[in-house]
Ligand binder design. Structure first.
Ligand code: NAD
Length: 270
């Protein structure tokens, strides 16, 4: 099989650079193009040199359509409105579109899913790490096994992160809600401030911390009257998100058009 010609969106970003390094290190993928928005300082630079992967002779451009010309795969960790636009470009080209962008509204998620049915092979995940995807299963199980325990999801990220709670925190909350057969939207408490009254039984609470360069810390706390279980994950470098995104791209290349999750890629069953 020839190498999959891979395009990196948001190439100058934190994940964009990790994804460039990962493409360069992954057999079966070759960097085809990289782009960012027109006012990015990354425009015109060699993608490999900027990302610390050595010269790759691919200059970072500002035109998504030109970058996608002749491509097989688009890796997209950008921003919600950008990912919706890119999904519309990926669908008619039948691309593999791996989306790591978080903070999408329900409408944006719906627009992206529609592109899956229009020809793209989309893998979208709020977290591409193997560990978090294992943790989701453990949280579902624990929430089901401990029905009377209060569930709180705590997360901390770096001070540049723009959405809260994190996509991963919401996925963990969803896993807990699935374990309890309840609707997350109806039971989530995303902010507490002032005189809140006692905790509502059965609710799933979220707490968000921001600071420094923290890549991603998540804990799910199940608190009973006499004991407390804490299930935690700590991301130590962005390379593991990128490695998961590459695994998703290689997997999706042999799937029919559609909308997939990381659980599909990893073969995790309920
Ligand atoms: P970042 O701000 O460092 O990078 C985003 C990049 O997108 C920037 O270079 C920006 O210029 C670029 N961009 C913005 N508009 C664009 C456009 N119109 N065309 C092309 N490029 C454009 O952010 P980051 O830390 O790399 O995170 C990016 C996204 O990935 C966030 O939503 C974050 O939450 C998410 N993320 C997901 C995972 C995961 O495993 N799913 C892991 C880490 C981060």
């Amino acid at each position: 099989m020839t190498d999959l010609r891979t395009v990196i969106a948001g190439a100058g970003g934190r994940m964009g650079q990790a994804n460039i390094r990962a493409v360069a290190a992954t057999p079966g993928l070759v960097l085809h193009a990289a782009f960012d928005r027109p006012d990015s300082a990354a425009i015109g630079r060699d993608a490999g040199e900027m990302a610390g992967a050595g010269r790759l002779d691919v200059l970072i451009g500002e035109n998504a359509e030109a970058a996608l010309d002749g491509a097989d795969v688009l890796i997209d960790f950008t921003a919600p409105a950008v990912s919706v636009l890119l999904a519309e470009l990926a669908a008619p080209r039948g691309l593999v579109h791996v989306i790591g962008t978080t903070g999408c509204s329900a409408e944006e998620d719906w627009a992206i899913q529609k592109a899956g049915s229009a020809g793209a092979r989309i893998v979208k995940a709020g977290n591409f790490s193997l560990g978090i995807n294992v943790l989701l299963g453990l949280v579902r199980q624990a929430a089901r096994a401990l029905p009377g325990y209060d569930i709180e999801v705590l997360e901390m990220h770096h001070n540049k992160k723009v959405d809260a709670p994190s996509g991963t925190a919401l996925m963990l909350g969803q896993a807990a809600a699935d374990g309890r057969d309840i609707d997350l939207g109806q039971n989530a408490v995303r902010v507490r401030d002032g005189h809140t009254g006692p905790r509502a039984a059965g609710s799933i609470g979220f707490a968000t911390l921001r600071g420094g360069g923290v890549i991603g810390e998540h804990s799910v706390i199940l608190a009973g009257d006499t004991e407390r279980i804490v299930l935690s994950h700590s991301a130590q470098e962005r390379g593991m998100f990128a490695a998961g995104a590459m695994q998703a791209a290689l997997w999706a290349a042999s799937q029919p058009p559609g909308y997939y999750s990381m659980a599909d890629v990893l073969g995790f069953k309920e």
